[in-house]
Design a binder for this molecule. Structure first.
Ligand SMILES: Nc1ncnc2c1ncn2[C@@H]1O[C@H](COP(=O)(O)OP(=O)(O)OP(=O)(O)O)[C@@H](O)[C@H]1O
Length: 483
């Protein structure tokens, strides 16, 4: 069915491409290069869908959004922007925009947005925004806050849009992404842009807690619940009543605690350790993980029912390598944050090229630390590539051993949890069987399958190597004469 589409954008090539795409789909299209002209056209001919650019000569797009909603209340508005930040996305959602597209976008994305908009007309901002708009207190200028999320790349625009859409609701959010990508900042932004912003946001760094005390940290305890509990104490979930709890490193939550957490989500009540009575709480949970939680669910170390409860609305924060265009902006931001006078204003072009080309395994956190390091080395002069530390590495011999040890510790903890209070059995044998194939296979690979040499490298008898190969690779043919 043909619909009427209004495009308000002063960038001719974009308006032209959109017009052509929608006309091909059989829709009626009107184009305006200013908000004022767009509003007049909307009044004359109320559109079904409007594509509205934010940056326009004269009245800006976000102001026009409010006017449009008055003049053509049934129209679904898709806001488009090239340099939006979180504030733009939040304002677009608050103003009742149906969707938010970051330039440059593919035409297919625009067509898809229009299709969804038409299907959802009169539904409101989006299916996730339960109670957006209305009489909410004004927002702080997000970029000026210490928790500003810097970035203009399309990848970050998607993050902003998702924060803006979910913030006004009470939905649980799961933030995923590598370490140092800014997951905690995203969690803070969800809270700061939600109606709960006047209430506490409490952070539970689960990995840092003593495993025996995680439960009491989250749920509190009654007097005498355990040795040393000489006074009753509220847990984080109670202390954050009315607000938000940020659960960092979700994958580290022990299984028995996961069961209790599920109850909080299902019944909105907490039961302190050692207590028999439950207390009502109203908390929103935003959690984060850099681990593959679906794999943890498959392995049985994370409850699938809890995973689905917490993952109502996922936000993935991309690694810095997928948004290198944000590096100059971030570098500049950190220098200003550290109060470093940057002689000559912008960073030298060769330094910027160097920063964009080198790896950042520790993501934004590593960039932040590197900027601080370089500013000290440059001693007030321009920052040059030689002032920056080497990229962080986890492949040195010492750190590999350290990583292995900590992985083994994690492995043992999870195995023990999987026994859910029963006495674990055969842990040593299970560990050997988990690692032995890796040792065997890599040595065999390096010696081109020569079992005699492999036995020497491994410090094992040849017959033992043969036995191990049979055990882990029962389908491998025995080489001739190897009996
Ligand atoms: N887009 C960004 N803009 C400004 N600062 C950022 C951004 N992303 C990350 N940072 C900064 O980088 C550091 C790491 O961010 P954060 O702690 O949010 O990462 P994380 O993903 O939660 O890390 P981890 O998984 O290790 O806990 C913080 O100092 C944060 O302020």
């Amino acid at each position: 069915m043909p619909h009427s589409v209004l495009i308000i954008d002063d960038e001719e090539p974009i308006a032209w491409a959109l017009r052509r795409a929608f006309e091909r789909e059989g829709h009626r299209v009107a184009v305006a290069a200013t908000a004022e002209d767009g509003l007049a056209k909307a009044k004359q001919n109320p559109p079904d869908v409007v594509f509205l650019d934010v940056r326009l000569p004269g009245m800006d797009g976000l102001t026009a959004l409010g006017e449009l909603k008055k003049r053509a209340p049934a129209a679904a508005v898709v806001v488009i922007t090239a340099h939006g930040n979180l504030n733009t996305a939040v304002k677009a959602v608050e103003g009742g925009a149906f969707d938010y597209l970051a330039k440059p976008f593919e035409l297919a994305q625009a067509l898809d947005a229009a299709k969804r908009a038409l299907a959802n007309r009169n539904v409101g901002a989006d299916s996730v925004s339960e109670d957006s708009g209305g009489s909410r207190p004004p927002l702080a200028e997000v970029d000026a806050s210490p928790d500003a999320i810097i970035g203009r790349s399309p990848a970050m625009q998607t993050v902003f849009k998702r924060i803006a859409l979910v913030a006004p609701t009470t939905a649980c959010v799961l933030v995923t992404g590598e370490s140092g990508t800014g997951k905690e900042l995203v969690a803070r932004a969800v809270h700061a842009n939600s109606p709960r912003r006047g209430k506490p946001l409490l952070v539970a760094h689960v990995a840092a807690y003593n495993p025996n005390l995680v439960e009491s940290e989250l749920f509190g305890h009654v007097r005498g619940a355990f040795t040393g509990a000489d006074r009753p104490r509220d847990g984080l979930l109670k202390l954050a009543d009315g607000g938000t709890v940020f659960l960092d490193e979700l994958a580290d939550i022990p299984l028995p605690v996961q069961a209790k957490l599920l109850r909080v989500l299902e019944r909105q009540e907490v039961q302190p350790v050692g207590g028999s009575e439950s207390q009502q709480v109203d908390v929103r949970i935003v959690s984060a993980t850099h681990a593959d939680l679906s794999a943890a669910v498959r392995e049985g170390t994370f409850r699938h029912d809890l995973f689905f409860r917490l993952n109502v609305y996922p936000i993935h924060v991309p690694p810095l390598r997928d948004r290198v265009d944000d590096i100059p902006l971030l570098a500049d931001y950190f220098l200003r944050k550290f109060g470093v006078a940057n002689p000559g204003g912008a960073l030298p072009a060769d330094t910027l090229a160097f920063l964009k080309a080198r790896p950042w395994p520790g993501n934004v956190r590593e960039l932040r630390n590197a900027m601080e390091h370089a500013a000290i080395e440059a001693r007030g002069g321009p920052l040059r590539p030689e002032h920056f530390p080497e990229p962080s590495t986890t492949s040195g011999p010492a750190s590999t051993a350290e990583r292995l040890r900590s992985l083994v510790t994690e492995w043992v903890r999870k195995r023990v949890q999987a026994f859910e209070g029963r006495e674990p059995a055969d842990l040593h044998q299970a560990l050997i069987e988990a690692v032995e194939p890796a040792v065997l296979d890599e040595v065999l690979r390096q010696v081109d399958g020569n079992r005699l040499v492999a036995a020497r490298w491994l410090g094992l008898a040849r017959a033992t190597v043969r036995k191990l190969i049979r055990k882990y690779h029962p389908d491998t043919a025995e080489p001739e004469g190897d009996e």
